[in-house]
Design a protein around this ligand. Sequence first.
Ligand code: PLP
Length: 233
Amino acid sequence: MSIAENVAQIRERMNAAAIAAGRDPKEVSLLAATKMNDADRVKEAVAAGVDACGENRVQELVQKQPLGAYEGVPVHFIGRLQTNKVNKVVGKVDLIESVDRLELLEVVNKTALRLGVRQDILFEVNIGGEEQKGGFTPEETLALAAKMGDYPGVKLCGLMAIPPISKKKGDNCKYFEKMRNLFIDIREKKYDNVSMVCLSMGMTDDFEDAISEGSTMIRVGTAIFGARNYAKT
Ligand SMILES: *Cc1c(COP(=O)(O)O)cnc(C)c1O
């Protein structure tokens, strides 16, 4: 199957999941998780109508962006971001989805102020409480959202989560539901410098469940591009 055919099929599944949940399909956008795919394949996905692209690694972002890989759609950073590489990302991407620790928030804020830009960000939440994963706890997320007025270089636009790997359909619904509740809690508080518009959750194996539970953006790699060959790198 071609990338275009895959995207068309995902769109159909997204629409069906939204309608089954009583939601407007237009509320959910499709981000292509482009890691390990070259600029030409990324362009194919953009031409096929994905709404955004997401990169995991700074090195891939700086390689593909000058080649016009993302032209026509916003590009997001979605991977673990080292503080010493923040200057290569701030102002270069439309959204950093993976702000997962206080130190990173502070460096992103400072860098944006120095560059004279306002960087849109999401907080990554470790919703499964997994030790090996980055991300704020729900409690930390709430507390930090209340303090966003102290970080004028950024704007908090929502939340992102990568729940535990699920063994079967439905396994992650409980995590997605927790995320939705946290998202709504923060939105209702109307904190300074916070505009909760993006709830980024759902990947190849669980995006329909994520849509049922309120996701506004799914991040899909494998179902668009096929399996990644990690042996090559
Ligand atoms: C790779 C990746 C995805 C997409 O994963 P698939 O299971 O291939 O759809 C989504 N989000 C992040 C942060 C990723 O690194």
